[in-house]
Design a protein around this ligand. Sequence first.
Ligand SMILES: Nc1nc2c(c(=O)[nH]1)N[C@H]1C(S)=C(S)[C@@H](COP(=O)(O)O)O[C@H]1N2
Ligand SMILES: [Mo]
Length: 201
Amino acid sequence: MAPISRGFIGRRRPVADPSLVPPGQYVTSDFPVLSAGPTPHAPRDEWSFTVDGAVQKPVSWPWNEFTALPAESVTVDIHCVTKWSKLGTRWKGVSVDTLLDGVQTGAEYMTAWSDGGYTTNLTVQDVTDGKAWVAYEFDGQPLEPEHGGPARLLVPHLYFWKSAKWVRGLTLTLDDEPGFWETYGYHNHGDPWREQRYQGD
Ligand SMILES: Nc1nc2c(c(=O)[nH]1)N[C@H]1C(S)=C(S)[C@@H](COP(=O)(O)O)O[C@H]1N2
Ligand SMILES: [Mo]
């Protein structure tokens, strides 16, 4: 029996399943860094995560309590509006469902805010029911500062600018308030499968 030509298979570049790649995106195995400003370095003993705004009772967890919350490991595809997609990224973090558990609110919107001043707006619907996490590990390692460590928001079903790095809290709002990039002309919602890149898309 002829041996299977391992050499040929081995030289082939991995081809992504096209059904996993949103329109206009290309797949990369790199992990580009995109930051609008300098990388903040929050010491973990000064770090906390807060849910506040239009809620009956704000809640806040210091680092040690936050990382003691039930965590989930997820493998997801991420899509940057600058057209790279990275498939099968592995993260560990706390589901936003867990963070909003017990929070009494009638608000339908929120602003995720970060050390350094970055903000992005999201609907409660877009970050609940298992769709978003506050992640503090990537690929089995503590999340690197350049990629948002100590912790970043992870909302893989929207363009990656919605996944705020160095995130410190979610402020629930009664009105939808555009965040940093949304104010500069990026789409308010940012669904990569509908190519919602810029306002008017
Ligand atoms: N705080 C903060 N979060 C941010 C950004 C930023 O500039 N500041 N850039 C966003 C954009 S445009 C993208 S594509 C991703 C990039 O994440 P990465 O640097 O880990 O690839 O982070 C998003 N979250
Ligand atoms: Mo981006």
